[in-house]
Design a protein around this ligand. Structure first.
Ligand SMILES: [Zn+2]
Length: 314
């Protein structure tokens, strides 16, 4: 398993989601006054996370803070289970996400509409978080890492309404969740994760520019790892986010069913991924991280229906 130091106390742990390397990451800050984990991953990855903590010499009672970028199950699904195992830990989350950690039934139902029979295999059990161990963190508030270090919360909607990114000003590391897209192994291809129900292209664009203006040194992606070229990365994400909006919108307007649009998008995208990687593309990691092409298309369809950016009958 990969456990790698990034900078001054921060470590990347590969959660080996579904047995695939470089699909889902957790970030661990190991301070003198306790341990903070940014994104827990799903319940099915708890054994891998615990192995990573053991490798770092972190005891279960040392973990004080679980910080979630958002509550999608690949990022925060394990929070409830972990609170049962980590006696000192509390979970920090966006105000919109907090009620769904305390009562995950709606989150589970919403994910079930996307993943159907695969729910158990992908996500395992989603346990509720006790209310008194859930801390709502607002935009601009800081989480104390100990050692005089603070983690700044940045409300960054677009991928999800309940999304924060977190900046560590001491190192310039930006823990970007999914608002910064999916990019595996530093490949020059940033995949926009656009699941239903609440992607918002306008808000997303503003969130990207807000993060870019902070001039982070590195982006720490949930999928996957740290990248050192934030400007190029943000430009590639923006370009593809809106390219796909136009292309998918045009296909739908011509009458293609979402299932067919998803097939075409997959054919085009997988070919492009092969080209930019010289044939060595980690396709399983891209596919696991993005859900599916059908989910990608469905997210845009839902956005078009509610925002009507094109003068069409969609
Ligand atoms: Zn994700």
């Amino acid at each position: 398993m990969e456990v790698r130091e990034l900078a001054q106390g921060w470590f990347l742990v590969d959660l080996e989601f579904q047995g695939v390397a470089q699909a889902v990451a957790a970030y661990v800050y190991k301070g003198k006054n306790g341990v903070t984990i940014v994104d827990t991953g799903p319940s099915t990855s708890v054994p891998a996370l615990m192995r990573g903590l053991a490798e770092l010499g972190v005891g279960e009672e040392e973990v004080r803070q679980l910080v979630l970028t958002h509550i999608h199950l690949d990022h925060g699904g394990a929070a409830g289970l972990l609170l049962e195992r980590l006696p000192q830990a509390r979970v920090f989350v966006h105000p919109v996400g907090a009620p769904h950690l305390i009562d995950p039934s709606r989150l589970w139902a919403s994910a079930s509409r996307i993943y159907g029979d695969l729910m158990g295999q992908l996500w395992g059990e989603v346990r509720p978080c006790p209310k008194d161990r859930v801390v709502v963190i607002e935009d601009g508030e800081r989480i104390d890492l100990g050692d005089g270090r603070l983690l700044l919360a940045l409300s960054t909607p677009g991928h999800a309404s309940h999304h924060h990114a977190y900046l560590d000003p001491a190192t310039g590391l930006l823990f970007a969740g999914d608002v910064a897209g999916i990019r595996i192994g530093g490949l020059r291809f940033v995949f926009p994760p656009t699941p239903p129900p609440d992607i918002d292209l306008g808000l997303w664009r503003h969130s990207i520019e807000r993060l870019r203006a902070l001039r982070p040194t590195r982006l720490c992606l949930g999928h996957f790892g740290a990248v050192d070229d934030p400007d190029w990365h943000f430009d590639d994400l923006l370009a593809r986010l809106f390219l796909w909006a136009g292309w998918i919108g045009a296909q739908l307007e011509l009458g293609a069913e979402p299932a067919l649009v998803a097939e075409r998008l997959q054919a085009l995208t997988d070919e492009e991924l092969q080209l930019v990687s010289g044939g060595g593309v980690p396709l399983p990691a891209y596919h696991l991280a993005s859900g599916s092409y059908r989910m990608t298309v469905d997210g845009y369809v839902r956005y078009f229906r509610s925002h009507r950016p094109f003068a069409s009958g969609l």
